[in-house]
Design a binder for this molecule. Structure first.
Ligand code: ZN
Length: 413
């Protein structure tokens, strides 16, 4: 759906001490897609002497996908020329991915500036997840600075959880003598992502953040840091099967000013455990994969946690040394879940097949010999998310796996 004559104007961009902010003005007809007129980012260090054409990158990255979708024109003073060229490449990819977008945006920009920042070294977008931790291990000889962003996957009101995250990042930074940067932003509180999902995405897409905006936004928040090569881990190994808001970086060399992105992809999730994590025992303690809750580092109950634990066990890595609490009988529970069609949603099966593909001819663990022959083709996917939540609840409450299986048999089946 296109909005004729609509616009988004980015103005009053300031960088004072460690804070970057910009005002967003938009026409009335598209105001329903916005919650706020103020974009802000806070860094744990002072922002250096950086010109407006670079400082405009983060607020522009925040709103540009909404402009493409609605067809709103963009008004701003000055933009880095290389970044603008990158944006055009992303737009041409998105034109194939998002058929409901308007793409009639016109730009009213006074100045396209060529910048040479002469930065050096590496940085990595780091969450502690399997993807970014594996990429960090892969590139650790380059001593990449760890860049953690609060306000992306962890909401701004989860203060004590974020304290835990910061603490773990600082521990890793100290252990390996690398820098750590912490960024806090309201970027996800500006847009009505649910409404954008509803109007502009297809059923097969995940959501606005995952499918459209996260790659552009996360990378843009780092442009004020003194880093030349930014590493971002892909969560999907190779061929692009569906729109993913960072996988467009597989298709061209993303750059801004004289800096560039290294988009790290090629290994499946299980291969990352097998080839990068395994054996690097000092890094096990930093693994944080769970987004089902924001209290414990990993809940150990959601599908993603269960899948990761299963992968670790296959590779002989003790999950209890990787921020999980796993008791005896865990694999019996997984077997029970799978046999009763209780564990998976349809798009999660690929990850479980990935683990299955890595089971050797003969495993010392009996479960995996059974699992190797498990047939996912007639798996009855869980459509009812409430049922999954109920399972998690029972699991949480009673923890003991044997008891959970017994309980599930009595109450749910
Ligand atoms: Zn979890």
């Amino acid at each position: 759906m296109a909005y004729e004559g609509s616009y988004i104007k980015i103005s009053n961009i300031t960088a004072i001490n460690n804070k970057l902010s910009a005002e967003l003005e938009y026409s009335e007809d598209i105001s329903k897609f916005f919650y706020s007129k103020l974009f802000n980012v806070e860094y744990n260090e002072q922002i250096g002497d950086i010109n407006e054409s670079i400082l405009t990158i983060p607020p522009l990255a925040a709103v540009i996908t909404v402009a493409w979708a609605t067809g709103a024109d963009i008004y701003l003073e000055s933009i880095d020329k290389t970044f603008f060229e990158s944006l055009n490449k992303i737009k041409s990819i998105f034109m194939n991915w998002f058929p409901k977008f308007s793409f009639s945006t016109e730009y009213h920009i006074a100045n396209y500036q060529t910048n040479k920042l002469n930065n050096e070294g590496y940085g990595i977008l780091y969450s502690g997840g399997l993807d970014s931790l594996s990429s960090y291990i892969k590139y650790k000889e380059e001593k990449p600075s760890l860049i953690s962003i609060w306000g992306a996957d962890v909401p701004l009101d989860k203060t004590s959880f974020w304290d835990k995250v910061e603490c773990a990042v600082n521990k890793l930074a100290e252990m390996d003598a690398v820098n750590s940067y912490f960024i806090k932003t309201n970027v996800r509180e500006i847009m009505n992502e649910n409404l954008l999902n509803e109007i502009y995405l297809d059923e097969g897409d995940m959501n606005w953040w995952m499918s459209v905006s996260h790659g552009l936004i996360l990378t843009s928040l780092t442009v004020t840091l003194p880093i030349k090569n930014l590493i971002m881990a892909s969560s999907l190994e190779g061929e692009i099967l569906f729109p993913d808001g960072s996988d467009m970086f597989k298709l061209f060399d993303y750059s801004w000013a004289d800096n560039k992105l290294i988009y790290d992809y090629g290994l499946t999730r299980h291969e990352k455990i097998k080839y990068l994590l395994k054996g690097n025992t000092q890094y096990y303690q930093f693994l944080r994969v769970c987004y089902a809750q924001f209290q414990d580092y990993n809940c150990g109950m959601c599908e993603k946690c269960l899948r990761t634990i299963t992968g670790l066990l296959l590779e002989g890595i003790d999950p209890n040394k990787s921020n999980f609490k796993v008791k005896e009988g865990f694999l019996d529970l997984i077997k029970f879940y799978l046999e009763n069609n209780l564990l998976l949603l349809q798009d999660e099966v690929l990850y479980w097949e990935d683990i299955q593909n890595n089971v050797p001819e003969k495993s010392d663990i009996e479960f995996f010999n059974w699992y190797k022959t498990f047939d996912f083709s007639d798996y009855n996917y869980q459509k009812n998310i409430k049922k999954q939540i109920a399972l998690v609840y029972y699991y949480r409450k009673y923890r003991g796996f044997k008891y959970t299986v017994k309980l599930l048999k009595q109450r749910i089946i």
